[in-house]
Design a protein around this ligand. Structure first.
Ligand SMILES: [Zn+2]
Ligand SMILES: [Zn+2]
Length: 266
């Protein structure tokens, strides 16, 4: 029997709802809760948290826009946090541009013969492009992405553990559904869990094949719902794992590994 615990309850509920990939359903739910989290006064007034947001050059493209929409459509009553994050980030951008302006200005004023090679206008412009790229990318992953990726990894681990229980495995085999990205994440988690790995992997493969066949059949039938279902199974819910817009993947991997090591529950 799957034990009813704070970590299994959301997955059991999502499974009962039967609204496509259960991990995608929870991802989207978590995204909204993350907006509430960053808008919470205690969080947005926390200097250390705000420094982390600024170090990531604000939130990523998606989360800047989702937060803006949620706050200003009245989804969250107090938009104070948004204004503070925006103000911090704009200020950091301004300082960065100002420093480059000063450097360029300085390189033009001095006579050429006293300038070292790396302080000529050409060198300053070249260095500016690099510095601005760093400013844009930031040194950290978007705080909302980081929280969501960690939560997604925890949920996927729990799901794999739940699939090790015969009762849930049987139900999942009949009506469970995972988008392809979440299917891949689940398979990646199997070797790390204390479950019957062969049985769970076989179940995941069989379930995914059933989902993919369903989509093929619906696409062949040409109904109205099939294109949307195809997008959901191929790419997952809108925004899933889309964390590469401002920050390169290697930085994300490092940031996540570091967070997990330092603070596994945050
Ligand atoms: Zn999914
Ligand atoms: Zn993000």
């Amino acid at each position: 029997m799957v034990h009813v615990t704070p970590s299994t309850i959301p997955l059991l509920e999502a499974f009962e709802r039967d609204e496509g990939c259960l991990l995608c359903y929870l991802w989207l739910k978590d995204e909204f809760q993350s907006m509430e989290f960053v808008e919470d006064n205690e969080v947005s007034m926390d200097e250390a948290f705000r420094r982390d947001v600024t170090a990531a050059s604000g939130f990523c493209n998606r989360h800047m826009h989702v937060l803006h929409k949620v706050v200003f459509s009245g989804g969250i009553p107090d938009g104070l946090g948004y204004a503070m994050y925006a103000d911090d980030t704009v200020e950091m951008f301004r300082e960065s541009v100002q420093a480059l302006q000063t450097a360029l200005h300085g390189s033009r004023k001095k006579s050429w013969n006293v300038l070292s090679k790396d302080r000529t206008p050409g060198a300053v412009i070249e260095a500016s492009a690099e510095k601005l790229d760093l400013t844009l990318q930031g040194t950290r992953i978007c705080e909302i992405c980081r929280r969501m990726l960690l939560a997604d990894a925890r949920r996927t681990r729990t799901l794999v553990d739940m699939l090790g229980h015969a009762d849930f495995a049987g139900r999942f085999a009949t009506s469970g559904r995972l988008c392809f990205p979440h299917f891949v994440t689940s398979i990646q988690m199997v070797p790390t869990r204390r479950v019957n790995k062969t049985a769970v992997a076989a179940l995941l493969l069989e379930t995914e094949l059933r989902c993919l066949k369903d989509v093929s059949r619906l696409l062949a039938e040409g109904g109205n719902a099939s294109p949307e279902m195809a997008a959901a199974i191929i790419a997952g819910v809108e925004g899933l794992y889309c964390v590469t817009k401002k920050t390169p993947n290697s930085v994300i991997a490092l940031a996540l590994a570091e967070t997990e090591r330092r603070n596994p529950r945050r």
